[in-house]
Design a protein around this ligand. Sequence first.
Ligand SMILES: *Cc1c(COP(=O)(O)O)cnc(C)c1O
Ligand SMILES: [Zn+2]
Length: 421
Amino acid sequence: MADLTIESIGKKKPSSIKGDVWLTCIECGEAYPPFDFVIYRCQKCRGLLEVRYANLPKFEDFSGRGVWRYSASLPFEKGVSIKEGDTPLYTVPRIETEIGIDTLRVKHEGMNPTGSFKDRGMTVGVRVVQELGVERLACASTGNTSASLAAYGSRAGLEVIVLLPAGKVAMGKVAQASLHGAKILQLDGNFDECLDIVTKLANEGEVYLLNSVNPFRLEGQKTIGFEILEQSLEEVGRYPDRIVLPVGNAGNTAALYKGFRELVASGALKVEEVPKITAIQAEGASPVVEAIKSGKGQVERWSDVETKATAIRIGNPVNAPKALPAIRETKGTAISVSDEEILAAQCELAEEGIGVEPASAASIAGLKKLRSQGVIEDGEYVVCLATGVLLKDPDAASFARDAPREIPASVEAVMQAILNS
Ligand SMILES: *Cc1c(COP(=O)(O)O)cnc(C)c1O
Ligand SMILES: [Zn+2]
């Protein structure tokens, strides 16, 4: 039986395991050695795997900067690093006042080396690859995973193949994958179909899969949660009541929860201090919201998905079995927002000087909606996750406001244009 309660980490090491790190199936509890062979899912029941440790972290075990500050809670001391993590927690005074809650902060994960939080997962994932001795890496991607894998894989000197849904990936992301030297294959299918195909290739041993079904990636991503807690104590004076995030494959949702469970198990965090994990999806791609609303134990795949927030245009979120308990056990919730609401929130963030890609703004749009529905209390301290930077999707940004105007090259024409709004 799946046991993903807050207290479910910290059980004793299984007798079959030699080292201090292993993989456990979240459905049947079967344990596997982490690096003896390539494994993505439980061999007995196909359940998702979770990385487990004999030693669980306390805050005093953390030192240094970035993702590897948290090596006490990771499988290695160091990874293939381009200095990921250590992202800013921004104030947004105008949005905070407008929403009318006590404290609002935006954790800008777009400030990572390739412009999204995916780098936190890749620095760990590509380090694992070195352990396994594989040479060809691959992913399906709505864009950011491919940009990140291209950079980290290439830094490690490995071959990178990326499968993208043709015409549905923002230009900045394709540009990154290209320049970092990945082989880019555009398929005439959606993201979920790309993932089905690359998963088959991975199962046949042709490529090593670095999508977020890979449990090691989530280990890197859980450091977002650690950083939010530490920065919050330092800059706000308390832990957040709630973390609001955009959800696609639900890897981040799962990862945040994993990190908090480890801190609870080590005694570093009280159960009631765990922030409420609150998931936001685009209306045109919201199977997680549907499952939470209906109280179902599983997410049903949507075969047709559409949203301008292309990073979360996903109908079959692989990490749902980890993410649904994350939302429920932390007393969070899930809600969907329209593209109009997302783009309006993107503009509001931009007015505070914070440039994000559309998917990232879903968190602010969702917070506004939840607040207007009375779900968020006045006194709450909320952290919204901004997952990717503005320049990822220059098309979406260029046409968000008035189009640039063409005028003659003269002082008079410029002055006239300035005065005529
Ligand atoms: C990958 C990504 C997401 C979705 O994250 P999941 O962990 O798959 O839910 C959201 N926003 C951006 C910008 C992303 O790159
Ligand atoms: Zn199993």
